[in-house]
Design a protein around this ligand. Structure first.
Ligand code: SIN
Length: 519
């Protein structure tokens, strides 16, 4: 029976279940994943998950998913719509009745099992991620470890959702505060971290006793579906994790996820433009909202910095995921005394990158996610060059199959460029010279975004001053290592609301005050 539910994934049973037309396509899909070294190809599902059942779109429509390193089709997923979204929300609502009543210890144990399964299957999960996102296998393994750490962290948080006793000013009364799960949570995630942006939300939701409807991005759905399968294997009951896949119907699906009365919280990571739309929709029923939107991260190198550390930091944080993270440095400000040295050392390091298919040994940086991403990066580079910037290395797309852009260093990027205004989301280090601390703080804060900021300096006074002056939610002072499950991750200004990781389980719980009177 179990196989029947799973039949249409990329297994022999799935291929038998398919229509004749579908059959040929399934064989191709199976070949794309199976021939690329998955130990357990059965982790690859090409259906959504609703109420514990793997399902197609009611219309039968599908979406193709491509490998950005080759532009070959990897497989298809269902093009779901409002009906399936309502079904998923209903399933989550039903499951909430029992899941919310389980003990925190029970949820802890299931999450720890989930964590262990993620570690056990790290090679396959990483390969799936590399195939659909393009990041290198090493990066994908790193993301899997990061992703699993959210499940582990929130397993540990589940058993510490303490309430409070507040001494009452009334003699025969007692004041108590308890925490309760909010209910059904809608989770909308981006393609740049196909796994970690899900577990950061899902771990907290499940630990709190909430149930979920997840809409993964159409570019990287297979990581989400594999995670859901591991959740099932860990003992997460049917209906607690639901996955709705969509591309063309995304507006309708997102609207339902944000406006449906049964949903009590919406959590989103992605662009600021989309965040604004979802925030408005969620306002219609005053839902709890957590948003991690775009950044425009400043990276500042003062002339008293350890330049080795600063170059290393810039390499790590600018080019992580080929520049496709919300906390990648977007604008790099270097004090004039050390500008030339920093620029030449950074360029030397970038020249040593090996760009290519992330599955191949020795590749340090993969492709961009799709053609639109390449076009945007090219537009930002061309705009900067037209306004006076110089290209020290890179500067154009790489002429090969796939969506590759050459790692680029731009020098003397003036203000008023697109790079100053928008997140580039690509492998472009944009350097600008500055003279004084006051000047650079003004430049760094001159943006609507406020997610992260980094700076390098060995002056203790300056370290405090700059850390306090940067208008962001997260600061890296002489480090770029912000990505940890234990910290409050999130931004200010137009970069978001709420914090994830750290004590983020609070965002999935209601605070209830109870006065016990007449004692
Ligand atoms: C993001 O790019 O949105 C998240 C980055 C991270 O968690 O490190």
């Amino acid at each position: 029976m179990r196989l029947l539910h799973r039949s249409p994934r990329l297994t022999l049973a799935g291929r038998i279940h398919a229509t004749q037309n579908h059959l040929n396509l399934s064989l191709v899909r199976a070949a794309s994943f199976a021939s690329l070294g998955l130990r357990e190809p059965s982790l690859v599902y090409n259906q959504g998950l609703i109420g514990g059942k793997w399902v197609d779109a009611k219309s039968g429509a599908t979406i193709s998913v491509f490998n950005p390193a080759t532009r070959e089709e990897l497989g298809t997923i269902p093009e779901m719509g409002i009906e399936e979204t309502k079904d998923a929300i209903d399933a989550a609502g039903e499951a909430f009745v029992t899941w919310s009543k389980t003990t925190a210890k029970h949820r802890h144990d299931i999450l720890m099992k989930f964590y262990s399964l993620m570690k056990e299957h790290e090679n396959d999960l990483a390969r799936i991620m590399t195939l659909e996102n393009g990041k290198t296998l090493a990066e994908a393994k790193g993301e899997n470890a990061y992703s699993a750490s959210f499940i582990e962290w929130f397993a540990e948080e589940a058993v510490r959702t303490y309430g409070e006793h507040i001494p009452s000013p009334i003699s025969n009364s007692r004041n108590v505060v308890i925490k309760q799960p909010v209910g059904v949570v809608s989770i909308l995630t981006p393609w740049n971290f196909p796994s970690a942006m899900i577990t950061r939300k899902l771990g907290a939701a499940l630990a709190a006793g909430c149930t979920t409807v997840i809409k993964p991005p159409p570019e990287t759905p297979f990581s989400a579906l594999a995670l859901a399968e591991l959740g099932k294997r860990a003992g997460v009951p049917d209906g607690v994790i639901n996955i709705v896949t969509t591309q063309k119907n995304v507006n309708d699906v997102a609207k339902e996820m944000c406006e449906n009365n049964s949903v009590k919280k919406v959590t989103f990571t992605g662009s600021t433009a989309v965040a604004k739309l979802l925030y408005k929709m969620a306002a219609s029923t005053i839902k709890k909202v957590s948003i991690e939107a775009g950044g425009n991260t400043p990276f500042i190198v003062f002339d008293d910095a350890d330049i080795d550390q600063a170059v290393e930091g810039a390499i790590l944080c600018k080019f992580r995921g080929t520049g496709q993270t919300c906390i990648c440095a977007n604008r790099i400000y270097v004090q004039s005394n050390v500008y030339a040295e920093f620029a030449s050392r950074l360029t030397e390091r970038v020249a040593a990158f090996k760009v290519g298919n992330g599955l191949e040994a020795g590749i340090t940086h993969g492709p961009l996610i799709h053609e639109r991403a390449v076009e945007k990066v090219a537009r930002h580079v061309n705009d900067a060059v037209q306004k006076g910037a110089q290209i020290l290395i890179g500067g154009s797309r790489i002429d090969r199959p796939g969506t590759f852009f050459a790692p680029t260093v731009l020098s003397d990027v003036p203000s008023g460029t697109l790079i100053n205004d928008e997140e580039t989301f690509g492998p472009v280090a944009a350097l600008t010279k500055f003279e004084t601390e006051e000047e650079v703080i003004k430049l760094a804060n001159d943006t609507k975004a406020g997610l992260a900021g980094y700076f390098y300096s060995r002056d203790v006074g300056r370290v405090w001053r700059v850390a306090e002056a940067l208008e962001v939610g997260m600061v890296g002072s002489n480090t770029v290592a912000l990505s940890q499950a234990v910290i409050p991750f999130g931004g200010i200004k137009e970069s978001g609301i709420g914090r994830e990781g750290g004590h983020g389980i609070e965002e999935y719980m209601n605070t209830k005050f109870i006065a016990f009177g007449g004692l």
